[in-house]
Design a protein around this ligand. Sequence first.
Ligand SMILES: *Cc1c(COP(=O)(O)O)cnc(C)c1O
Length: 345
Amino acid sequence: MSTGQLTIDLEALAANWRALNAMSTTETAAVVKANGYGLGADPVARTLAQAGARRFFVAAAEEGAAVRAALGPGPMIGVFSGHMAGDSALIRDNDLTPMLNSVDQVLRHFETLPQHAFGIQLDTGMNRLGMEPAEWAALRDPVLQQMPALLMSHLACADEPDHFMNAKQLRCFREMTDGLGVPRSLSATGGTILGEAYHFDVTRPGVGLYGGRPFEEARPVVALDLPVIQTREVQPGETVGYGNTWTAQRPSRIATVPAGYADGLFRALAPKLALWHGDTRCPIAGRISMDLITVDITELSEEAPEALSLLGPNQGVDDLADAAGTIGYEILTALGARYARSYRS
Ligand SMILES: *Cc1c(COP(=O)(O)O)cnc(C)c1O
């Protein structure tokens, strides 16, 4: 085996969905956009359907078609980008439910696919997608006559529980949707954790399912083990890697493993990150290159370890995110296509 081994724990994924589902009395959907946050839309969607999810969400109609192929007929598959020009056939043939974002999308949908299921996305302050309060007021009555499947909006700051924006968006969402008798959805992972007032009829967690913050109690879903290609001794004063950024201060042992920035391990990770062998921390030595990482294994009692762990019990996606100055979402969706992937269920 010459590439990293990425292990995806589908049992943990299902357990995370069940745990988020237990937090609310309403329905829990599953967001599987971006190829199931990089972990594989097909196995991820099937696992979550088995766990009990009946509504799924993707970003684009093309992703929806892949999820429909995985799930077969039945579950709702909502498309956040709505009904875009050229997507009518994809939406019809795969029975997708576009979340219509604008007057243009509403007109397009009613013209090209009358009677086809749809939802409405409302903007409550994030200013990214959805109809503004004034647009919605003008369109609401004719749209309601066509019986939308869902009215939804999205919170901008739900990962910060005390942020004033949460209550502000909640108020706006209620003003736009109270008393209309249509199922409603406001919250992703963060809003689900904010509490009952934010749950409405359907919650839409994504990152928490995959083991990321802000769902702190999530079970880790991914593990990444990198086989050691070779080890060597370096003497004090010798350097390792591009740019001579690491110099041995003592007689040291260096292991080289096959993964790099082409596999989603950003160069920015290098100064703060370590790999692990059991519970022994082995710091990265020097720069991360495209396909290789050099690791200081001097502290290891084992002369020639077979593999080192990059994601595992001692270090999760959020630890990598912290080391790179980013968020777990970006680490997950950047995980490379070169790894040998295996699914555990
Ligand atoms: C990505 C996304 C979600 C899921 O968000 P998480 O923070 O990953 O739980 C829910 N709703 C919308 C509109 C999204 O874009």
